[in-house]
Design a protein around this ligand. Sequence first.
Ligand code: MOS
Length: 701
Amino acid sequence: MSPTAATLEPATAAALGAPVPRREGREKVTGAARYAAEQHLPLRAYAWPVPATVARGRITAVDTAGALALPGVLGVLTPYDAPRLGPSDDPTLQLLQDLRVPHRGWYVALAVADTLEGARAAASAVRVTYETEPHDVTLRAGHPGLYTPEEVNGGYPAHREHGDPDGAFEEAPVRVDVRYSVPPLHNHAMEPHAATADWDAERGHLTVYDSCQGTTVVRGVLAGLFGLRVDQITVLAEHVGGGFGSKGTPRPHVVLAVMATRYCGRPVTLSLPRRHMAATVGHRAPTLHHLRLGARPDGTLTALTHEVTTHTSRVREFVEQAAVPARVMYAVHNSRTTHRVAALDVPTPSWMRAPGEAPGMYALESAMDELADALGMDPVELRVRNDAATEPDGGRPFSSRHLVECLREGARRFGWAGRQPPRREGPLLIGAGVAAATYPVYIAPSGARAHARPDESYLVEVNATDIGTGARTVMAQIAADALRVPLDAVSLSLGNSALPPGPVAGGSTGTASWGWAVHDACTALTDRLARHQGPLPAAGLSASADTTQSAKQKSPYARHAFGAHFAEVQADTVTGEVRVRRLLGVFAAGHILNPRTARSQLIGGMVMGLGMALTEHSGLDPASGDFVERDLAAYHVPTNADVPAIEAHWIDEHDKHLNPMGSKGIGEIGIVGAAAAIGNAVCQATGRRLRELPLTPDRVL
Ligand code: MOS
């Protein structure tokens, strides 16, 4: 029977909100899921890029003779002979176009060979000579190159000021004036950046399998760079092994892979060695924070200044918006939030999970803890006392704000006993800490199509990218809910630039953005089916949606997710090692569409916050200009043994001012504030306030 109105049962709508397992789980664990570097196309060749070994200067010669003499080498591209690229907004993609070296690790040549090993050997046989200039990779508070930019990442104004923050601070009876620093951090997704590119000269068509967070964007950028129409390019990303923001913009590997396939006429795979990634796919910029909080004895904030100093590269301005969350969190009339940046000879920083919020809330929430100490007040109560009824910076009402509920519910579940003297267990000091979390609600326009087939199955087409989040599972749930059909009647097509345009999996926008389009397309299809008389035609029925208008509408509400983290730590007085014993988060993020995948997202963010607090650090070596920790042996992400009893919970939040599903993003808020809760717990345990991350044993002892 065809799916006419009579056969559509409203009761099957239970898909949304159910803990549905990942659709691709089996493919992933059995190895059937193919990633970008695993596309075994006939006659496939391999490319391997050559990074600059100086931190600043000019190339004076590239000797490729030794490389070209090696067996199986198909060619070496250099700035002298590489094809000229068309324009792009992102100057980090203008590869092999000129002789200047803006930072160490910048690509200066590209070797192409029959085999991966051959390409790597050829790359290491390329001899590059440089004319060097003095370089500077060290950010410091009084750096002479510092300036205030117009805007910071996310399009926010760099500087905001209300009332008289300096005067109010001077007059405040209780004051905290503190500085924190967060080092450069790296995203280090499990799957390194990789692309397999295949230029079909006869058809004039380029097919690219790319490990990216969004294929529509990659297609558009490649079209501009290579002078092709978008309909001459197909970018595919069916499975992606994480990105954390570093795959949110097209990266050098995909541009070089396309250059290589156009050059040799064969499909080419370029998979970045992890040791290259520190310099070529972005990082979280280091941030220096100066915070001043003034309060009345009852804890009411009267002054807040958050001044952030950070770096960018000489290639492109990217300013980590770390003072922006202070514009959202607490009710205070006198405030200044501002950013200064210096362009150094460093790789270009970019998005890393919760850019802005992650380092900014570490500093703000640590300072709030210091203020609670200075007041002799419970840090939960201090935050409750200063909860904002309207958005402090813009004055708009919140669409929903349940920070206080998160704090209260977290305190209850954690067994928060308020400020306690540290406990001792032999050589271990035990303490607990709390911090708040916030992340904005962003929504981007998306298209989607839905088809009903005569056999009562449905196909939903949406250019979502599932970077490991469970996006395809949640899209199917949204579709089944809107179509009012069982979940397994819905199949999904995603990760393909030939589908209706969709935004990247970034900024915690994915579910809201693609999901809105899926909801609209499926709702339109349901209406069509309801009006349809008799059996469906063999080709089925379709409906499509484009949310450009609805997603771009400016909301009269300030829309943010909130949360609260509670941590219990032990600090070893003999070794200086800090271990987290318990980490508990409670979040208010709208309607949770799939508790299983949502929990995984939130816990994943909290684990990343644990790494930020205790182990993760990328140092820039002043002498070489290089990042020092360039592999997972040196850059310490938390492993299973580091991750304690960890729990994520949420408040049942109903917010009608978001999207048809009532959801807020959950990909990033889990990391926000987690490091501060851990740092605050370390302070309570040891009685010492450490203001520089990570809290490694040398600092703790
Ligand atoms: Mo996320 S850092 O916006 O991919």
